[in-house]
Write a protein that binds this ligand. Structure first.
Ligand SMILES: Nc1ncnc2c1ncn2[C@@H]1O[C@H](COP(=O)(O)OP(=O)(O)OP(=O)(O)O)[C@@H](O)[C@H]1O
Ligand SMILES: [Mg+2]
Length: 345
């Protein structure tokens, strides 16, 4: 029993003023109090134990969380690293893609320039021999023969010049491809630009070939807003599309001279926040098997000396640089339609 209660109990038992029953009742109360005290002490002890176990558990949980935090941190680091690796791999891929297309382009260029160069080399070699022959004839006094050889020489030199110029055209086209445009963007009236280049193309072709005769039509939407473009560049795109269209129409005229009216139309309109330019012809059309190639540099179906095959690939680059799109909208035996879309702002 609790010693304080024990003390109280012994005092009560020695007290002379209390009856035996009173003493017994008090002793019972004290014993009950002692029991309750014991129970409370026991509970307290248990709470203490629970507290201690909880503290231990808490510590363990904290340690576990710390462990998990470390794992997350490590995973994060690993993720960062693989992201960096991925970025590096992507950059590498882009670089090798560039190298590959550069290689392709170089091969194309080499092939394109090799042809005219072969002509220049062959004709100049033959011409050197012709000069020797001419000298011999002159020495012999055969002036007529010498004159004939001089004529051949002249023709050869013309051919050398023609093929030299062709190589020059190819190089010029390539330079236009790689060089950044020098022009500045300015608010441009697309209808006026189309009209200007349509006339330029028509008269350019008429000057080269008097028999060239194709009708041209325009359907311009008159309320077009001006848009910010480099006029010379977009002009060059339009010119190339129109030239291609005239060419295709003219080819068809050669195939069926009777009852066919070669026609080229240029149509403009506003479509949402874009301006659309369509160049339409009723020419020979583009066969399915070459449709995928026409935007490739140097792809041409024109006879040697008549086209570099850079027109559409240049046009593609220019339109892309303006944030627009260029594509073949339709093509079949009835003709082709090319569509350019340019953003309004
Ligand atoms: N309107 C069209 N109709 C039929 N074929 C076309 C048309 N436009 C383009 N093509 C085809 O696409 C090819 C490539 O066109 P692109 O303008 O790039 O070069 P090119 O016209 O041949 O040469 P260049 O533009 O140097 O004169 C043409 O050779 C032709 O086969
Ligand atoms: Mg062209």
């Amino acid at each position: 029993m609790n010693q304080h209660l024990q003390h109280i109990l012994s005092i009560i038992q020695q007290e002379g003023n209390l009856s035996a029953e009173q003493k017994e009742a008090l002793a019972k109360s004290i014993k009950n109090a002692d029991k309750e005290l014991e129970i409370t002490a026991f509970k307290l002890d248990r709470t203490e134990k629970v507290k201690r176990t909880t503290a231990i558990l808490l510590e363990e949980t904290i340690a576990e969380l710390e462990q998990k935090r470390k794992v997350v941190e490590e995973t994060n680091d690993a993720l960062q690293k693989s992201l960096a690796d991925l970025r590096a791999a992507q950059a590498q891929l882009i670089q090798s893609e560039k190298m590959a297309s550069l290689g392709e382009l170089t091969a194309g260029i080499a092939h394109e320039i090799q042809n005219p160069l072969n002509f220049v080399n062959n004709f100049s070699e033959v011409s050197t021999e012709l000069v020797d022959e001419m000298n011999e004839e002159i020495t012999k006094g055969n002036i007529e023969d010498a004159k004939e050889i001089a004529n051949d020489l002249r023709q050869n030199l013309e051919k050398i010049n023609h093929h030299g110029k062709r190589a020059g055209e190819i190089v010029k086209g390539m330079l236009q491809h790689s060089r950044k445009s020098e022009g500045k963007k300015e608010p441009t009236d697309i209808n006026a630009l189309c009209d200007e280049y349509l006339r330029l193309a028509y008269h350019g072709l008429r000057a080269k070939d008097k028999t060239f005769n194709t009708e041209f039509k325009t359907e311009f939407e008159h309320s077009l807003p001006k848009i910010n473009v480099i006029p010379q560049d977009i002009g060059r795109v339009i010119l190339n599309l129109i030239n291609n269209a005239f060419y295709a129409a003219n080819e068809k005229k050669k195939q069926q001279p009777d009852g066919y009216e070669p026609t080229v139309s240029v149509i403009t309109r506003k479509e949402g926040n874009k301006i659309e330019i369509k160049v339409m012809d009723n020419g020979i059309g583009i066969p399915d098997n070459i449709k995928g190639k026409i935007f490739q540099p140097f792809f041409t179906t024109k006879p040697t000396g008549q086209g570099t095959g850079l027109g559409l690939s240049l046009s593609y680059d220019i339109v892309k640089a303006h944030g627009g799109e260029i594509k073949v909208e339709t093509t079949n035996a009835e003709g082709s339609t090319f569509k350019i879309q340019l953003p309004i702002s």
